[in-house]
Design a protein around this ligand. Structure first.
Ligand code: 13P
Ligand code: SF4
Length: 303
């Protein structure tokens, strides 16, 4: 951390001056995750924190849809995005027109949109979900057929655990779709005894091959509780780096895949954002109001 120390010091001092908090996703690099984040977690935990945190400024150390979600839930706060180009292949795969297309195809079916979507898509949806509550939300809906957007693999994984008919949009995460079931079988052969732990944005084949599947917080909980001798996290690279220090008894083995969007966030950019207050995320108030219903409905069902 020595080379990062001046940035960490400057950011932590500016946070106090601005009455700011940094919400860090589990995929941030360790110097952001451990060095400057006030709260860390998965998408659901960060959304919940954004809705009740006391601060004037939220710095979103994550990707753009997360910052929009924070602004939707806390419109009175300034939400800073250290790099506006930190997108997400899932959020970019669908627009509000896509939601209307799905509604026309499956009349009467409720639309559950992953939080990895733009505010416009959330506004056009009935309820949001994250990977940690998707099964619970789909099962609770009063409908036999449920539309899930935009992650086809999350939708298929949810369908495998639910008694509902799930129809879906063909989006995918460029990080998780790269893993194949054959990769996992090879990993097992090379590293006997390793627990394979996959994020549900992976394909159903990969999830079936894994020992456990869960959101990033679900992964942390599983590893903390079971303390396997060796673990391979079938997800973004920083996840294992961030939790390895607290779990010295677990050996984390690679390989892993990097998210180019998450990796756009750096200490330098966080410092610049806090210093200049540039990169403020705005959501049209009419869109935000509709999107808030979908996000709040999810939060209410997850408490
Ligand atoms: P969770 O942290 O909710 O598991 O989501 C992972 C993700 O894809 C964030 O981009
Ligand atoms: Fe999007 Fe996948 Fe990156 Fe998460 S890991 S931000 S889902 S591209």
């Amino acid at each position: 951390f020595a080379i990062h120390a001046p940035y960490i010091k400057a950011i932590n001092a500016l946070k106090k001056e601005r009455n700011a908090v940094i919400l860090g996703h589990n995929y941030m690099t360790p110097e952001i995750y451990h060095g400057v984040s006030d709260f860390v977690g998965d998408s659901l935990q960060l959304a919940m924190k954004a809705s009740d945190v006391e601060a004037d400024v939220i710095v979103q150390a994550g990707v753009h849809f997360m910052a929009e979600t924070s602004k939707i839930l806390s419109p009175e706060k300034i939400v800073l995005m250290p790099d506006m180009a930190a997108g997400c292949s899932l959020a970019e795969s669908i627009t509000a027109d896509g939601i209307e297309e799905m509604r026309a195809k499956y009349p009467g079916a409720p639309v559950v949109s992953y939080v990895n979507t733009t505010a416009e898509v959330k506004a056009a949806s009935d309820i949001c979900c994250t990977s940690s509550n998707a099964v619970q939300i789909v099962n609770a809906l009063d409908a036999e057929t449920v539309i899930m957007t935009p992650d086809q693999y999350l939708a298929q994984n949810v369908a495998n655990e639910s008694h509902k008919t799930v129809v879906y949009w063909p989006g995918s995460c460029i990080v998780h779709e790269q893993y194949t079931a054959q990769d996992l079988r090879n990993f097992r052969e090379w590293n006997p005894g390793t627990k394979l732990i996959a994020h549900p944005e992976c394909t159903p084949d990969v999830v079936a091959e894994a020992d456990f599947s869960g959101s990033t917080s679900g992964i942390l909980k599983y590893v903390t509780e079971t303390k396997p001798e060796k673990a391979m996290l079938i997800t973004e690279c920083s996840m294992a780096s961030n939790i390895a220090d607290e779990l010295p008894e677990v050996e984390f083995v690679g390989p892993c895949n990097m998210c180019p969007y998450m990796k756009k966030i750096t200490l330098e950019k966080i410092l610049y954002a806090l210093h200049t207050m540039e990169g403020q995320v705005e959501v049209d108030p009419v869109v935000a109001e509709k999107a808030r219903h979908a996000v709040q409905a999810m939060i209410d069902m997850s408490r």
